[in-house]
Write a protein that binds this ligand. Structure first.
Ligand code: ZN
Length: 72
């Protein structure tokens, strides 16, 4: 595989990931999961964690499961 194909794959993948992140933020986090995300934009408490930190679990756990299942 040539270096240009590798660079192209990296650029296309990064661009697609940015689009997915933008769409997820706009339509999911500012949509039906706004109740979890709102304290990220408007702080309403002074605790260490935010409700927005729940997205770590929402996004990371399925990824971890897919990596584990895919590598098994
Ligand atoms: Zn937001």
């Amino acid at each position: 595989m040539s270096i240009w194909i590798i660079i192209g794959i990296v650029l296309v993948t990064a661009t697609f990931m940015e689009f997915v992140a933008w769409a997820t933020h706009k339509y999911v986090m500012h949509g039906f999961l706004w109740s979890l995300h709102s304290d990220h934009h408007k702080k309403d408490h002074y605790g260490f964690l935010e409700r927005n930190d729940t997205f770590f679990l929402i996004f990371a756990v399925p990824s971890m499961v897919l990596f584990i299942v895919g590598s098994a």
